[in-house]
Design a protein around this ligand. Structure first.
Ligand code: ADE
Ligand code: ZN
Length: 326
């Protein structure tokens, strides 16, 4: 319909995308063959049949398994380049992508192999697709804060290549305050700070991220809606939320897209954005996230336009660059 056209035409920024979560089963099978790795599934149908999750951890188990196929700089280049071409098709103009270095270094793939492969594709995307991309280095929260400090030291030669840091993986039992000293150090370095919070975890995790850590952006943040005072603080501070509707549905954060908080968050004046999270696993890239959410929540054209504008406002672009897009 006409909203599909509007969505395709709107210039968008994608602010919550794990590059390893854009690893399509087709590409996984091709790289497995190239690297002489045997996958636990034989056909595409077998792979996709496994993509039925009842919570975050069930997804994470498959996500970490799938990425074991990624070994060489060329693999990380090809992964990132494939994503950027899909983003181009959805009229994405700017991307802030997470990656999980610890998930690669702990299986013996050097930090530089991973990072340089991604960075080379980012450069090509700027030159050939006109898409700017910022890279966000994510810490795995199921690991220790000390492991995070080790990553921070190992990554030092590349620090000027990152816009900021993130915190992802298993949320429950790993609250933001577990990483208070690490984030203090990241702030001193000059990184933008984001954390996944309130995806499965309680509103208190969102409070910690916002008020104790002082993050610049909250990833997901769904469960803030259970705490009206927290909603008021988020509105007052205009700290962005990167919502991921199809992810929320796939991981049973919501049992129906009609229960996505996006519309309520817009109506309550929060700086909410729509993103794809791990599009190869959750059934759609950013365009499909906008489309399905609009259909389920009966969003108006002006709400869709607001979401696209929010994506630039909520980005880590400099104000002058935001203005070019708004
Ligand atoms: N890593 C990749 N996707 C994630 C998500 N949705 N939540 C937490 N960690 C993740
Ligand atoms: Zn995520």
């Amino acid at each position: 319909g006409s909203q599909t056209d509007l969505i395709r035409r709107l210039p968008k920024a994608e602010l919550h995308l794990h590059i390893e979560g854009s690893f399509e089963p087709e590409q996984m099978m091709a790289l497995a063959e190239r690297n002489k790795i045997v996958l636990p599934f034989k056909t595409l149908e077998d792979a996709k049949a496994a993509y039925a999750f009842s919570n975050l951890q069930e997804f994470l188990d498959l996500y970490y398994q799938g990425m074991q196929v990624l070994r060489t700089e060329e693999d990380f280049f090809d992964l990132t380049w494939a994503y950027l071409q899909r983003a181009k098709a959805d009229n994405v103009r700017h991307v802030e992508m997470f990656y999980d270095p610890q998930a690669h270094t702990e299986r013996g793939v050097p930090f530089g192999v991973v990072t340089d492969g991604i960075l080379a594709a980012i450069k090509k995307g700027e030159q050939e697709l006109g898409i700017t991309s910022y890279l966000i280095m994510s810490f795995l929260r199921h690991l220790s804060e000390e492991d995070g400090f080790d990553l921070l030291v190992e990554s030092e030669p590349w620090h000027d290549k990152f816009i900021g840091v993130g915190l992802d993986s298993s949320e429950m039992g790993h609250p933001p305050l577990k990483f208070e000293r690490l984030y203090q150090r990241c702030r001193e370095i000059g990184f933008k700070l984001s954390m996944h919070a309130g995806e499965e975890g309680p509103p208190s995790y969102v409070r910690e991220a916002l008020l104790d850590i002082g993050v610049d952006r909250i990833d997901h943040g769904n469960r803030c809606m259970e705490d009206p005072e927290l909603v008021s603080i988020l509105r007052e501070m205009q700290v962005p939320l990167t919502n991921c509707p199809l992810s929320n549905l796939s991981l049973c954060v919501i049992d129906d897209l009609k229960k996505s908080p996006v519309k309520a968050q817009l109506e309550q004046g929060l700086l909410v954005t729509v993103n794809s999270d791990d599009p190869a696993y959750f059934g759609g890239y950013i365009g499909r996230n906008y489309e399905q959410t609009a259909a389920a929540l009966d969003l108006s054209d002006s709400q869709l336009i607001q979401l696209a504008r929010n994506s630039f406002t909520a980005s880590f672009l400099l104000d002058a660059d935001k203005q070019r897009h708004l």
